[in-house]
Design a protein around this ligand. Structure first.
Ligand code: MRU
Length: 355
C-alpha cells in the first residue's frame, strides 16, 4: 500500500524482485511475499497469493522476466526455446482468466521481435512487464470513469452490489468493478456498496471489504444467498462485477455465483454491468461455451474459517471456480475504450484512447 494515498498495488517491482501482497492472508495480515524465481511466481499464481485476472497477467509478465534471467545462454535461439518453456509453466497455473495468456503472448512477441543480444531481450522483457502494469492502472482509471456514465442517473446516491474482488488487489491498482465504485465514491454518487461474501474463497468478505475500509468507502457485507432478498427490498440500484474472460458475443466468465446474480438482477429489473479491460475480451471465442472453467480443490468448500470440516464418507464434490453469464443478462460492458452493450462489443476494438 502506498501510505501517502492508501492506494493498494498487489504487484511491486522492487530491488530486482517482485513483491506480491499475500492475498491469502488479508484481512488478518497485510504481508508481502518476495518472488525471485519464475517457478515461485507460477506457484504464487496457482495458490492465489496473487489473483484476479489483470493482476495474474501482470504477475505472469514479471514471471517471464524472472525466467529470462534464469536462462544461462548467450545464444538467442536457445534463449527463446527456454523462454517458451517458462511461458508453458506460467500458462499452466490457472485456465480461465485470459489476461494471463494475453500477457504471456505479449511478452513472447516482444522477445521474438527484438533484435540484439540475449541481454537486450532480458531488458525488454522487464520493460514490457512494467508497461503492462502501468497500462493496467491507467486502464482501470478509465474503466472507473466510463462506468460513471453508464450508471443509472437516479437516485443521485446509488447503492451498488459487487461479487468477488475486482478491485485494486485484482489489477494494477484501482480495480475494474471496484474502479467504478471508487469513481462513483469520488464523484459523490455512491451511497454504499454491498459486497457478496463469494463462497468458497471469500474474496468479497476478505478482500473487497478490506479494500473499501482502507479508503473509507461505506461497505456492507452480505452472504451470496442474500442478494435476491436485498433486491426485492429495493436496496440495490445496480450490480457491477469484473470478468476473467469475455467472448466476442459478450458472454462473460467471472467468479462462480456471478451468473446467479445476473439472473436475480434480471428478475428484479436491476441493471447488471460487467467492467473489464479490453485484454479480458477473447475475440477468438465466438461465445462463452468455449471458455475453460477452472475446477479447484474441493476442500475449499469444506473450510469454514480456520476449521477444516471432515466430510462424511461417500460425499462427492464439485467446485467450479467460475461461471459464464450469458450476454443477454448483461446491460453493458464497461471498458477503458467506452461502454458497450454486449452485442456491440466488436466496436471496443477500434477505439483506444487512454489518458
Ligand atoms: O479466483 P479469483 O479470485 O482470481 O477470481 C477473480 C474474479 O473472478 C474477478 O472478479 C475477476 O478476475 C476480475 S478482476 C478485475
Amino acid at each position: 500500500m502506498n501510505p501517502a494515498n492508501n492506494q493498494v498495488y498487489p504487484v511491486i517491482w522492487h530491488n530486482n524482485a517482485v513483491s506480491l501482497i499475500d492475498q491469502t492472508r488479508i484481512p488478518n495480515e497485510y504481508a508481502f511475499v518476495e518472488i525471485h524465481r519464475s517457478e515461485d511466481m507460477a506457484r504464487a499464481i496457482k495458490t492465489m497469493i496473487v489473483r484476479g485476472a489483470p493482476a495474474i497477467g501482470i504477475a505472469a509478465a514479471y514471471g517471464m522476466y524472472l525466467g529470462a534471467r534464469e536462462i544461462e545462454t548467450d545464444n538467442r535461439d536457445r534463449f527463446l526455446q527456454q523462454l517458451e518453456k517458462v511461458a508453458e509453466m506460467l500458462r499452466a497455473t490457472r485456465p480461465t482468466a485470459v489476461n494471463l495468456f494475453w500477457a504471456i503472448s505479449r511478452t513472447l512477441k516482444v522477445a521474438y521481435e527484438t533484435l540484439g543480444t540475449v541481454e537486450d531481450l532480458r531488458k525488454v522483457l522487464l520493460q514490457t512487464a512494467q508497461d503492462i502494469q502501468i497500462e493496467d492502472l491507467q486502464t482501470c482509471r478509465a474503466i472507473g470513469d466510463n462506468g460513471l456514465k453508464a450508471l443509472p442517473a437516479n437516485p443521485e446516491k446509488l447503492t451498488l452490489l459487487t461479487h468477488c474482488n475486482a478491485g485494486a488487489l485484482a489489477t494494477g491498482g484501482y480495480g475494474t468493478a471496484l474502479g467504478v465504485v471508487r469513481s462513483a465514491w469520488r464523484e459523490g454518487r455512491l451511497n454504499k456498496l454491498f459486497a457478496d461474501e463469494t463462497r468458497p474463497r471469500l474474496q468479497g468478505a476478505k478482500l473487497t471489504t478490506w479494500e473499501c475500509a482502507q479508503e473509507g468507502i461505506p461497505v456492507t457485507l452480505i452472504t451470496d444467498s442474500m442478494a435476491a432478498h436485498c433486491m426485492k427490498q429495493g436496496l440495490i440500484h445496480a450490480v457491477v462485477v469484473g470478468a476473467d474472460r469475455i467472448a466476442a458475443n459478450g458472454d462473460a466468465a467471472n467468479k462462480i455465483g456471478t451468473y446467479s446474480l445476473a439472473l436475480v438482477s434480471q428478475a428484479h429489473n436491476v441493471p447488471f454491468f460487467v467492467a473489464a479491460p479490453i485484454s479480458t475480451i477473447d475475440f477468438e471465442l465466438a461465445d462463452g461455451s468455449g471458455i475453460p472453467i477452472e475446477e479447484r480443490d474441493p476442500m475449499e468448500m469444506y473450510q469454514v474459517g480456520d476449521t477444516m470440516l471432515t466430510p462424511a464418507s461417500g460425499v462427492e464434490y464439485y467446485n467450479p471456480s467460475f461461471d459464464v453469464t450469458p450476454a443477454d443478462l448483461i446491460t453493458a460492458i464497461i471498458t477503458e475504450n467506452g461502454v458497450y452493450p454486449p452485442g456491440e462489443l466488436a466496436l471496443s476494438r477500434q477505439r483506444r484512447t487512454l489518458a
